[in-house]
Ligand binder design. Structure first.
Ligand code: SIN
Length: 552
């Protein structure tokens, strides 16, 4: 593999989901040249697979205060209230812009609920006390992604780089420039050209999405390897609250089919969770766990399902929405209905077997509400970032809202900060990528083996139900594997698989370390050795930051 060219842009955006594309669009609209990197095709990422929708106060019966309260309750006293309020209140304007860009949200008329045209249907999901989810059928993410891609593609200031995987951020402290840490861009693997490019930019925005692939069972696509969090950590950014991993309670249970999400909106329209009892009858169980029953916040529902499955030795639980007529289900959930049918399940006649799986990382690269990381020129937005909106448990459908709103704040902050970031004299010293003495690997099996092992022990030891002993076991394993991967990383040319493995290993260790350091149970983090919430830890984040004494 050869070292190669250096490309210069005003701004670099790493990732092309809702957060990355909207950040790029706002920056491009301000007149800047923006490069957008995608690991695969532009549309491949978590956004495309989001089903539920965008939580936003648009109904006159609803208020910002109520949305804020629902978010704070789900977040288990770890949200930053001022941030929650800013994001919630900026929601309607962001939605209006999307509508101007041509997104189509489902109307009540389309569902046969009214003759009035133009009135949006609002869905409901776990933890929301009001209907406030704007949606496009049950493929909101795909509609959103398509709208943003279309708008970005029409913009002359945006250049897309597909099949380009960021390897690492170029920051002053890693290249030996003294003083405050500055980010000057990133080294990027051009997968098709099999070269490493140096992207130089005044600012870099991490919008790399989630890290579901750290776990054996996840509804995330293959690209969700935590690269933004891992690169942020290696660059010296603070990484916060990584113990809070959200497990979506209802993934279709079908060992032959790739993980498919059954949206919480299905419960919002009346589906009830049931489990098979010893007499073979299907009975409700959520009343034992929470007054909101099947619509309780996600952490409660996922833990309840996990508990029922383990207690009864069952492989799954069930969703029952058989009381809703087939025609209505097909209108409201066309995609889910179809996917269930492919799996031999007619939602209007059969119970839907479901299991929990890793879905969303609530922690990430610490930022303020403007996406600023504290490293000059480095921003993070979307799932890889942690603004304080989600706290210890994200409220359903708040993440697309966050991506849309914070990306706008990012662009505004960048414009304000730009005079001090432009033409840093040190930036001229950015070294191009060097592969040193690396050679082609003849041991691909090492990557496959470590990949498998990490994902399995993360599921078994660092999943929904944790104990200190299990976490310590996971820590011992990850330490060894990380050492092996780092050696491998320096000895051989980088490949997509090696980069993803390295990121997964870093993120796994961040999750384990964070989980070990939180000596309580709160929101999505449950440790049976510390089963209670400690009020002294209200509002206290878990913060991890690497030191630059060791270069890895
Ligand atoms: C869902 O549709 O259940 C997922 C929505 C979300 O995770 O916000």
């Amino acid at each position: 593999m050869n070292n190669s060219e250096c490309l210069e842009f005003d701004h670099l955006v790493i990732g092309s989901g809702v957060a990355g594309l909207s950040a790029a669009l706002h920056l491009a609209n301000a007149g800047y040249q923006v490069a957008v990197l995608s690991k695969r095709t532009v549309d491949e990422g978590n956004t495309k697979y989001a089903q539920g929708g965008i939580a936003c106060v648009t109904d006159i019966q609803d208020t910002f205060d109520e949305h804020v309260q629902d978010t704070l309750i789900a977040g288990a006293r770890l949200c930053k209230e001022a941030v929650v309020r800013q994001i919630v209140e900026a929601g309607p304007a962001a939605i209006r812009e999307l509508i101007e860009d041509g997104i189509h949200f489902t109307t009540r008329g389309e569902l046969g609920m009214t003759e009035e045209p133009g009135e949006y249907h609002l869905g409901r999901e776990g933890g929301h006390h009001k209907r406030r989810i704007l949606h496009a059928g049950d493929i909101t993410g795909a509609e959103l992604e398509e709208t943003l891609i279309r708008t970005c593609r029409q913009h002359a200031n945006i250049t897309f780089f597909e099949y380009h995987i960021a390897i690492d951020l170029i920051v002053s402290q890693r290249i030996g420039i003294p003083g405050d840490n500055h980010c000057f861009g990133a080294y990027v693997l051009d997968v098709r050209g099999n070269t490493v490019k140096t992207f130089r930019s005044n600012t870099t925005t991490l919008a790399c999405g989630g890290a579901g692939k750290v776990y054996l069972y996840t509804c995330n696509p293959d690209v969700s390897c935590g690269s933004g969090i891992a690169m942020g950590y290696r660059a010296g950014a603070k990484i916060v609250n990584m113990e809070f991993i959200q497990f979506h309670p209802t993934i279709l249970y079908n060992p032959q089919m790739r993980s498919f999400l059954i949206s919480e909106a299905v419960r919002g329209e009346g589906a009830v969770l049931k489990v098979r009892d010893t007499d073979g009858r299907y009975v409700e169980f959520m009343q034992k766990y929470h007054p909101m029953k099947s619509l309780a916040p996600r952490d409660v529902v996922a833990r309840a399902i996990d508990n029922e499955m383990k207690r009864r030795g069952e492989e799954c639980v069930y969703l029952d929405i058989r009381h809703v007529p087939e025609e209505k289900l097909k209108l409201r959930f066309p995609n889910i209905f179809e996917k269930c049918l492919e799996s031999g399940i007619n939602m209007s006649k059969d119970l839907i077997p479901v299991v929990p799986a890793a879905h969303f990382v609530c922690g990430g690269v610490e930022t303020d509400v403007n996406g600023y990381t504290g490293i000059h020129g480095l921003y993070a937005v979307g799932e890889c970032a942690c603004t304080g909106l989600h706290g210890a448990n994200r409220l359903a459908s708040n993440s697309l809202l966050e991506g849309l709103v914070v990306s706008k704040f990012v662009a505004a902050h960048i414009q304000r900060a730009l005079p001090s970031l432009k033409r840093e004299p040190q930036a001229l010293q950015v070294p191009v990528w060097s592969c040193g003495n690396a050679t082609d690997s003849d041991e691909q099996v090492v990557i496959a083996h470590n990949w498998e092992e990490i994902r399995r022990f993360m599921w078994d030891y660092v999943g929904i139900f944790r104990t200190t002993k299990r976490l310590e076991r996971a820590k011992a394993r990850i330490k060894m594997i990380r050492k092996e991967i780092e050696k491998y990383y320096w000895d051989f040319y980088v490949t997509p698989d090696l980069l993803e493995l390295r990121n997964i290993a870093t993120v796994a260790e961040l999750i384990i370390d964070s989980a070990l350091s939180r000596k309580e149970s709160r929101g999505l983090h449950y440790n049976a050795d510390y089963p209670f919430l400690d009020p002294d830890l209200d509002g206290v984040d878990t913060v991890l930051q690497r030191s630059f004494r060791y270069y890895d």
